[in-house]
Design a binder for this molecule. Sequence first.
Ligand code: NAP
Length: 248
Amino acid sequence: MERLKGKIAIITGASRGMGSSHARTFISEGAKVVLTDLSEKTGQQLAAELGENALFVKHDVTNALDWANVVEQAEQKFGPVSVLINNAGVLGPIARTAELTEADYLKVCGINQHSVFYGMKTVIPSMLKAGGGSIVNISSIAGIVANYGFPSLAYVASKFAVRGMTKATAVEYGPKGIRVNSVHPGFINTPMMVEATNEEGGDALAQIPLGRLAEPIEVSNLVLFLASDESSYITGTEHIIDAGMTAQ
Ligand code: NAP
């Protein structure tokens, strides 16, 4: 059975890493998917590989006009949007608070946090036309605790904010049939993590109770569940997928 049959989804940051895994999973479960990313070439290639139920749109998630274009193209090609996965994000520089520049602080918060505001603000009217929907905001264990690592205060601030924005919007739009949840991955085997652990992530990796990184598909399985009607009574909550890191 196709678990996302009839769903029209937007996935940001879908050219690589977890976003590309979510896109593959959603297509295989029957969704029509708009993949968005700054990286146009790889995004176009992936959408072509995924076939007629996939559309790539170049998109900077910090740009409100780009968001309007993404939703317009989604509606034109497939119809009103029923699923939004706010996945695009950056780790930013690995710097302690006194060394973090204002420009880097604002950049990380723009991409990880403000994008989630633009995304929900722009997609919700389309979801209301669809009669409801599911929004999944990708936060991090850095949105649960601050002490597992190396991310800067900007990353932690943005990921805590996403958790709170998720709850606020879930409460507001529950009566309209829109569910909003956050996902908090631990250490996932993606280009972002590989780049980070080449720098200062080694010590944190040694603390993973299950003793390994996750593969992106392990997160996609959780995102799939939250996007699907199988999670119909779940909203406003955080879903940690971290091999026990934050249990310590
Ligand atoms: P990734 O491999 O770096 O992929 C992120 C994607 O987002 C890239 O394709 C990137 O495009 C895109 N992106 C960056 N800035 C953008 C912008 N302004 N507009 C549109 N797209 C943009 O990262 P990932 O590891 O899959 O992470 C996905 C999400 O999970 C992020 O929100 C991250 O914070 C979160 N997360 C990751 C981990 C982990 O262990 N990997 C753990 C916890 C949470 P470019 O390549 O062109 O920059």
